[in-house]
Design a binder for this molecule. Sequence first.
Ligand SMILES: [Zn+2]
Length: 254
Amino acid sequence: VTDEQLLRYARHLMLPDWGMQCQERVLASHALVIGAGGLGNAALLYLASAGVGTITVVDDDVVELSNLQRQIAHTTARVGQPKVTSVQQAVHDINPAVTVHAHATRANADNLSQWVAQSTVVLDCSDNFTTRQAVNAACVAAAKPLVWASALGMHGQLSVYDPSDEKSPCYACVFPPSAAPPEVACATLGVWAPLVGMLGSAQAGEALKLLGGVPSAASGRLLMLDAQHMQWQDLRTQRVHACTVCGMPQASFS
Ligand SMILES: [Zn+2]
């Protein structure tokens, strides 16, 4: 650790539960962020400012004017640019020591299996059920921790799948792939700007704990925020042994 790093991360290093060892782990870690929209913007800025060594970000969208109300890593000057190169610039401006791999493509089972295997932690900041299922399946297959969140209208949700905790349910235990909800998007329902910042920051927080070697407190919990009434609901979630993604393989009969 250099003198510049001691100074840059001083307010973390002085935390009683976050010493040099945690910071060194974070500096050597690799976070995979799926989605460079509202959740991803907030998460990426905190991952970068806190010193995550390498970040891979995946998103196939370009920055639009209607994104800027909540996607705080993008700028007016970068409207029209790929979102991944826009956040790459934002990360560089905050912390040039962070290496960013930017992929302007849609996450799918093939590219996820490769990128998840290379990462230390995965943040699902995507905005649709199909991608969430694909990210979860890749994380279960590679035994990588997953921090996912969603935000729509005035409501947000967050949970953590931690493969080092054998009781931890995966995303599909809680939201089975067979029960796909009707797709609703921010474009049709709207989204409260600070809500994505609150959830994305919380994702960065849980990811940093996992990277630093501190267990996430959100494993086995589904945290739901009603930003209208500022109420958090906290549900305990269970691993489902019949889960088609993380469950026990079915016995075969012949
Ligand atoms: Zn499962």
